[in-house]
Design a protein around this ligand. Structure first.
Ligand code: XIL
Length: 487
C-alpha cells in the first residue's frame, strides 16, 4: 500500500533544496529544481523509514536541457551523526519525457533518512519531478504505521470527473498553442476546445478576397482558415472536440462586411445582398472546415449576443439594419442547411440571469423553436463572486431548460476583487454552486467551458477569474469544480 505520495498541486509537501542555491518551485503537479551547482544538489525530503521493510520507491523526472541525462534516486542516512549515501535507482532521462526512477529499498538501522533525486554529471541541469511514491507491503509494520489518509493524489482531471455527464472544455487563444505547459494542462483537463478569437468573423472573413469577388457578385463572401488552423490542428492531433464560436455577431465583425463593394465609404447593402452574404459566409465556413477538418467541430454558436441589455429586444446592429428582425432565424436556417449532420446549433448570450434580459432571450428562443433549426442555448456566465446571485442564475437555467433546448455553459469565469485567500475561497464556492446547478440539469447540458486556462490569460485578468493561476497551479476554485459535492 502507498505510505507516502507527493501532491505538488498544493505546496512543497516537506521537500526542500539540498545544496546552497537550490530552489524548488511548484508547477502544475510537479516541483521544478533550479540553481544547482553540483550533481548532488537536489530536492530532498526526510522520511521515517522502518528497518527491514522492503519499500517500493518511485518518482517521475523530466528535463529539457540535454538530449539525455543520467539521473538517480538516492538516500542519505545518518548513524551516530555521520551521513552516508546509497544510490537506489538510475536511468537515462531523455529530453521532455517524464521518466520513472524506481527501486526496492530495504533500510538498515539509521537515525535519519533523506530520499533525494540527483544527476550523474550535469551538475547545473534544472529538472522537474513529480509523483514521488513510497509503498510498503500490506500488513507490514510500516504500512500499519500510516494513517488511512495519505493525502496525496495526482491532480484530478475535470474531463474525467464529468465524463458521464457532459464535456468539460476551455477557450484557448492561438498563441497559447505554442506553450508546452499549456498544451499539457489542456489535454489533461479538457475534452472540448473553443477558439477564443480565431473563429470569429474578423478572423474567418477574408475582406480583401471578398472585395474582389464583390465586383462580379455583391453577395460573395470569402473565408480563410489560417488564423484558426493552429488551434484546429492541435485539437485534431489530440482527439479533442471543437465548439465553433461564432458565425453571426455584431462585434468582432469587419464593418466592410455590411457595405456595398465591401467598402466602408459606401452605403450599407440591401437586405437581399446581406442575406446572400450571410448564406455564402456560413456555407463557406462549413465547407472550409469540412474540407480540412471533417467531423472536428461538433457544435456552433450560430448567433451571439443579439439581445440588447437596455431594451431587452434585438440590439441595434448592422445585422438588424441590413437584414431586419429575422436575421437570427435566417442565420439558423443557413447554418442548418450547410452544417454537417448532427452538428448542434446554439444561440449564445450573456447576462441571462438578469430578469429583463432573460425575458428578451426567452422570447427570441421561443420564436426560433417552430422552424426547428436551433438545438441549444449557451449561457456565457461571465460572473463575479457577488453577482448575479445563485437564485437568479438558477431561475434562468430553469426557464431555459423548460423550453426543451440543450444547454451549455459556454464562457464560464468568476471574477474576484483581489487575489486573497478569502476571495479565492468565495470564488471556489461560487464555482461549486454553479457546477451543482449544472449537474441538476446534467441531461440537458452538453458542456461546461471555462473562458481561458489561467488568470493572466483571461480577458478579465484583473479579476483573477479562472481555475489556474499564473504558474498554472490549480486554485481552490479548481478543486471545488473537481469535487462539486465537497464541503
Ligand atoms: C473576448 C475574448 O476573450 C477577448 O480576447 C477579445 O478581445 C474580446 O472577446 N463574449 C463572447 C466572447 O462571446 O467572444 C468574448 O471573448 C467575451 C464575451
Amino acid at each position: 500500500m502507498t505510505v507516502y505520495q507527493s501532491n505538488f498541486s498544493v505546496g512543497m509537501d516537506g521537500w526542500y533544496g539540498r545544496g546552497d542555491a537550490v530552489t524548488l518551485t511548484p508547477g502544475l503537479n510537479w516541483l521544478k529544481v533550479e540553481g544547482r551547482k553540483s550533481s548532488w544538489h537536489s530536492p530532498g525530503r526526510d522520511f521515517d523509514l522502518t528497518e527491514g521493510c522492503p519499500y517500493q520507491i518511485s518518482v517521475q523526472v523530466r528535463q529539457d536541457e540535454m538530449d539525455s541525462a543520467e539521473m538517480m534516486l538516492s538516500v542519505a542516512h545518518t548513524l551516530d551523526g555521520k551521513e552516508t549515501y546509497e544510490n537506489l535507482a538510475r536511468a537515462q532521462v531523455k529530453r521532455d519525457a517524464w521518466t520513472t526512477l524506481q527501486c526496492t529499498y530495504t533500510p538498515g538501522y539509521y537515525e535519519k533518512f533523506v530520499l533525494y533525486v540527483e544527476t550523474v554529471g550535469a551538475p547545473e541541469m534544472s529538472f522537474e519531478f513529480r509523483l514521488f511514491r513510497l509503498e510498503a507491503p500490506e500488513g507490514s509494520e510500516a504500512a500499519q504505521a500510516v494513517s488511512q489518509d495519505t493525502g496525496a493524489q495526482e491532480l484530478p482531471s475535470l474531463k474525467q470527473v464529468y465524463a458521464d455527464a457532459f464535456d468539460f472544455g476551455c477557450a484557448l487563444p492561438g498563441y497559447a498553442v505554442n506553450r508546452k505547459e499549456v498544451r499539457e494542462l489542456f489535454l489533461e483537463q479538457f475534452s472540448i476546445l473553443t477558439a477564443e478569437n480565431e473563429m470569429k468573423p474578423d478572423a474567418l472573413l477574408d475582406v480583401n478576397a471578398s472585395r474582389k469577388l464583390a465586383q462580379e457578385d455583391e453577395t460573395a463572401a470569402a473565408v480563410r482558415l489560417d488564423r484558426a488552423r493552429p488551434l484546429m490542428d492541435f485539437a485534431k492531433a489530440n482527439g479533442l472536440k471543437v465548439h465553433g464560436h461564432v458565425l453571426v455577431w455584431h462585434s468582432q465583425t469587419p464593418e466592410a462586411f455590411f457595405h456595398e463593394g465591401y467598402d466602408t465609404a459606401r452605403p450599407l447593402v440591401t437586405r437581399e445582398v446581406m442575406l446572400g452574404r450571410m448564406e455564402n459566409y456560413i456555407r463557406g465556413v462549413f465547407e472550409a472546415v469540412e474540407e480540412m477538418y471533417p467531423g472536428l467541430i461538433v457544435s456552433w454558436d450560430v448567433v451571439n449576443e443579439a439581445i440588447d441589455d437596455g431594451t431587452n429586444r434585438l440590439r441595434d446592429s448592422n445585422w438588424l439594419k441590413t437584414v431586419g428582425e429575422d436575421f437570427v432565424a435566417r442565420a439558423f436556417e443557413y447554418a442548418r442547411k450547410y452544417a454537417p449532420e448532427g452538428t448542434l446549433l446554439y444561440y449564445n448570450d450573456y447576462n441571462t440571469a438578469v430578469p429583463g434580459k432573460l425575458k428578451g432571450i426567452l422570447d427570441l428562443l421561443q420564436g426560433l423553436l417552430p422552424e426547428g433549426n436551433i438545438d441549444g442555448y449557451g449561457f456565457q456566465m461571465h460572473h463575479t463572486v457577488g453577482y448575479p446571485s445563485m437564485g437568479l442564475i438558477t431561475s434562468a437555467v430553469e426557464k431555459v431548460a423548460a423550453l426543451g433546448l440543450k444547454m451549455r455553459v459556454s464562457e464560464l469565469d468568476v471574477g474576484i476583487d483581489a487575489n486573497t485567500e478569502a476571495d479565492l475561497r468565495r470564488q471556489a464556492d461560487k464555482y461549486r454552486e454553479i457546477m451543482r446547478l449544472v449537474l441538476r440539469f446534467r441531461d440537458a447540458f452538453e458542456a461546461v467551458q471555462v473562458w481561458g486556462v489561467s488568470d493572466p490569460m483571461s480577458w478579465r485578468s484583473g479579476t483573477f477569474p479562472l481555475l489556474f493561476d499564473a504558474g498554472l497551479n490549480p486554485k481552490p476554485a479548481f478543486f471545488a469544480v473537481a469535487d462539486p459535492a465537497g464541503a
